[in-house]
Every structure is written in structure tokens, then in C-alpha cells.
Ligand binder design. Structure first.
Ligand code: ZN
Length: 183
């Protein structure tokens, strides 16, 4: 067994939960998850973050802080810190990798797609646009772990809500004053 018992710090999240009837694919996916858990991408602080949000999953004790930098409506930098089970932390690593450089609209679409996959949508699970995150498709069979897998995107949703509240609508376009304001 390549993983140690200290992975199981949270009693309700103990053990490695992702198995796949297709053993070969399951092994690839487990390897991906393990890799993101051990070598998280975009983990750390963004000193110039435009938005910082924190989320907690009380079911499992997972914590996550997500930071975003925006360039217009594009996510120019994304970082996270957190603690918790392998699924929550690997999902955060994968999500930051996936959404970095995307627009808010694109990130929102990916969130919907990922959510569908985690809730059992087989078509979403085959969607290559989800990248490494497809390794989490097996969570659909483990309802108790759904919140772990969705924690990162829940944080993203909270961050995007605060963008919408704070600023002008980024989808309104750049044609300022092009209609009827000649001055
Ligand atoms: Zn968890």
C-alpha cells in the first residue's frame, strides 16, 4: 500500500475512497489524486489577492482558503491553503490548476460541469474539459465524500459571488459609452 495511516487523520474520512470497476483507469486516477495531494499545485499565499474566501466542511473537518487575482474578468492567479482529507486537498489543487487563466464565465461553467460529475452525471465524467478533476468521478458513489470534493468549487462560488456584488458586471462588455453617449 503506497499510502500511510496518517492520511486518515479525520475519522469520518478515513481510508482511500476512490475505487473504479475499471482497475487500470482506477489506478491512473488514484495516481493522479495521490500526486496532487502530495505535491499540491498553486498552494500558498497570494499577497496581492483581489479576493480571499474561506470554506469549511464540518462533516470531515476539511478547511480551505482560496485566493484569486483578477485581470478584468480573467483569473490571472489562483492559490489555496488548507488542511483535511486527501480528496478535499487534491480537489483544491486540481481546481486551481484548471481555472487559472480562465474567465469567470468559463470557471463558472467548469464548476457546473464538475458538480454534475460528482453528482453522478456520466457524460460530465467523460468531459475532457475537466482535466485531472475527472479523477474524482468515483466520489459520485460515495455520498459522504461529496462535500470534500466540492469544497474547492464552493469556495470559488463564494468568491465569484463577492465579485458580482463588489464590481460592475464583468460580462457587460467593454464598449463603454458606445450607445447614445457621445460626450
Ligand atoms: Zn474530507
Amino acid at each position: 500500500m503506497p499510502w500511510s495511516p496518517r492520511w486518515s487523520a479525520h475519522a469520518r474520512c478515513s481510508g482511500w475512497p476512490v475505487s473504479d470497476p475499471n482497475a487500470a483507469m482506477g489506478a491512473v486516477y488514484q495516481e493522479l489524486l495521490l500526486d496532487h495531494y502530495r505535491r499540491p499545485r498553486n498552494r500558498g499565499d497570494l499577497p496581492d489577492a483581489d479576493i480571499t474566501v474561506e470554506q469549511r466542511n464540518p462533516l470531515c473537518g476539511d478547511t480551505l482558503r482560496l485566493q484569486l487575482e483578477l485581470d478584468g474578468d480573467r483569473l490571472s492567479a489562483v492559490a489555496f491553503t488548507g488542511q483535511g482529507c486527501a480528496i478535499s486537498q487534491a480537489a483544491a489543487s486540481m481546481m486551481t490548476q484548471l481555472i487559472r487563466g480562465k474567465t469567470l464565465t468559463e470557471a463558472s461553467a467548469l464548476r457546473e460541469r464538475f458538480r454534475a460529475m460528482i453528482l453522478g452525471d456520466a457524460e460530465a465524467a467523460a468531459d475532457k474539459s475537466l482535466g485531472d478533476m475527472r479523477a474524482l468521478a468515483g466520489v459520485a458513489r460515495l455520498p459522504v465524500r461529496v462535500k470534500c470534493a466540492l469544497l474547492a468549487f464552493s469556495a470559488l462560488e463564494q468568491a465569484m459571488d463577492s465579485v458580482r456584488r463588489a464590481g460592475p458586471d464583468p460580462t457587460a462588455g467593454n464598449g463603454k459609452g458606445e450607445t447614445g453617449n457621445g460626450n
